[in-house]
Design a protein around this ligand. Structure first.
Ligand code: MN
Length: 459
């Protein structure tokens, strides 16, 4: 069930970490996204060398700082009930709290707010503890939110994306008849999920031109990004036992940004009859912050209003609360900077802006559908939404759609400030995705960034 709005969302709540109170920050005390990080503070090793410790810590972003959760535990800043609820005495990794239930996660959020709030009482008589639990973000390196993602599934939940792409690949048969009944997805590959900032090597594969008698093998010429939102599974379900729609969100920890890099030339040749394969599994970039479902409570909106004539979701994909609050209004933007733009100090240009509220299926429906046959979801599984495109041309979430100019017409390139032109990605291009939530009467919260730069293919 979507969380209720509570005192942790109060816009007047302030932190003693002053940068978290700045009006424009993405990370006020109302957000508190989880991260894993390592401190870049060096230490002198036994051999006399200076080293950076190789150590994962679980933390929370607050303003320009990170709160180290295990250090909070060591300073005795959480109540004992929290550890009973979480089922662990440690908060030294995200893995240790991964499969706790929604109530325990809510207690953890309340406990963190209690530590960070300006008017809080936890430091009474122990003010020195503040400096022990907080690190400047500049002294840390963000790591993937989970060391290992067991499984990755990608959906196709934007009807605007499905309709436009369908019109390209199948002009007479754009939206397939199953689309409005069954959330379409495919099993992606977890091993090639990479953290934001990783270089993306241009993939090599098979391509067949329409008029060519046989395919050729080589670097993709139609490399694309896909703007997506991902969600992480917390508690799993037993093999054979489905997850009911009314409980689906209790199994979801939170959201991140995802770039599902795609080779459109391989995709066109390989996708029938079994769906995407090598066009998709060479790399998927994920942002470092896990924005919790509870932090998103003020930004919940109704599920996508189905136009008259569309079928209602089947009963197992329908709940009144999900219809009323299953959507999430997250503004999502994509930026591009070519190598030349970066070298000349030219800021990235925005390619699109859309909202996650325009998805045909809610995340609860996606998860419920995935487990409806008894498939077992595992703690840390990543499920992604599919390309997020809105109803207008400037809200299209990939180049395949953005540079399409209609059936039979040549692609319309995007002109960069350097005079360079793009219909698809070139080597050296950097793609930057950003997401944030805003609503009158609440603090703005952000998702940070998901970045990746294209490197030349390797034989
Ligand atoms: Mn995708």
């Amino acid at each position: 069930m979507p969380y209720d709005i509570n005192e942790t969302h109060d816009p007047n709540l302030k932190s003693w970490v002053e940068s978290a109170n700045a009006p424009g920050t993405e990370f006020p005390i109302q957000n508190l996204p989880f991260v894993q990080f390592e401190s870049l503070e060096t230490f002198l090793a036994d051999d006399g060398e200076t080293r950076v410790p190789e150590h994962y810590s679980a933390g929370v972003r607050i303003g320009d700082h990170l709160l180290d959760l295990q250090r909070c535990v060591e300073e005795g800043l959480f109540k004992d009930e929290l550890f009973d609820a979480l089922g662990t005495p440690f908060l030294d990794s995200m893995e240790s709290i991964l499969d706790a239930d929604a109530e325990a996660w809510s207690m953890l959020r309340a406990g963190i707010v209690n530590i960070l709030r300006k008017d809080g009482a936890v430091f009474r008589g122990n003010a020195g503890a503040k400096s022990k639990i907080i690190l400047p973000i500049a002294d840390c390196r963000l790591l993937p939110i989970f060391k290992k993602i067991p499984n990755y599934t990608d959906f196709y939940a934007s009807i605007h994306h499905a309709s436009t792409v369908g019109a390209m690949f199948r002009p007479d048969n754009a939206l397939l008849p199953n689309y409005k009944w069954v959330p379409i997805g495919y099993h992606g590959r977890a091993s090639s999920i990479v953290p934001s900032g990783s270089t993306i090597t241009r993939p090599r594969g098979q391509t067949k031109a329409d008029d060519a008698p046989a395919p050729t093998f080589g670097p993709s010429k139609l490399l694309d990004y896909e703007l997506e939102v991902g969600f992480f599974v917390g508690r799993g379900n037993e093999l054979g036992t489905p997850i009911h729609i009314g409980e689906a969100e209790d199994h979801i920890l939170g959201l991140c940004l995802v770039n599902d890099w795609s080779a459109r030339d391989f995709q066109k040749w390989e996708y029938q009859p079994l769906g995407p394969f090598l066009a998709k599994n060479f790399a998927t970039s994920v942002s470092p912050y896990l924005v919790t479902m509870e932090a998103l409570a003020p930004f919940r909106v109704p599920a996508y209003p189905r136009p008259a004539g569309d079928p209602a979701p089947l009963p197992h994909l329908y709940s009144e609360r999900d219809q009323k609050l299953g959507g999430i209004d997250i503004t999502l933007e994509v930026f591009l900077a070519s190598k030349e733009m970066r070298e000349r100090g030219i800021a990235p240009i925005r390619l699109s802006r859309g909202s996650f509220k325009d998805m045909y299926w809610t995340i609860a429906q996606l998860l419920t559908h995935h487990a409806s046959n008894g498939c077992n979801m595992q703690p840390g599984d990543l499920l992604a939404s599919g390309t997020i495109s809105g109803p207008t041309p400037d809200s299209r979430g990939c180049l395949l759609e953005l540079t399409w100019d209609g059936p039979g017409k040549p692609r319309k390139p995007i002109e960069l400030p350097t005079g360079e032109k793009r219909t698809f990605l070139e080597d050296g291009d950097e793609v930057i995705m950003r997401g944030y939530c805003e609503r009158e009467g609440f603090r703005r919260i952000g998702f940070g960034e998901c970045r990746g730069i294209i490197a030349p293919s390797r034989a």
